[in-house]
Design a protein. Structure first.
Length: 95
């Protein structure tokens, strides 16, 4: 996994640190409405610009878990979309 360091301005680090700060702020604002969405924002912020080594370690661990979860959701959506397309073809008949 490629790491981006927040203070590496040559690699866009300053911009990423600013974006990470915005994610953290937004997470705080939406925590009561959706703690899951807030957790994703905090994870994204920690992945983009970790503020300490412990945060980087947690982001690496949970990043792997969330990436696997996203892959599974994508597969579910692809299967569902394929089912919808097949159902549409059955309703429309052969073309």
């Amino acid at each position: 996994m490629t790491r981006v360091v927040a203070n590496d301005v040559a690699e866009g680090g300053a911009d990423l640190a600013e974006l990470a700060a915005e994610y953290r702020t937004l997470a705080f604002k939406i925590m009561e409405r959706s703690n899951v969405a807030a957790a994703h924002l905090v994870l994204a912020a920690a992945t983009l610009a970790p503020e300490c080594e412990q945060e980087r370690e947690v982001a690496d661990y949970f990043g792997e878990v969330v990436a696997a979860f996203a892959d599974q959701l994508a597969a579910i959506h692809r299967r569902r979309r394929l089912q919808q397309l097949r159902q549409g073809e059955q309703l429309d008949g052969p073309r």
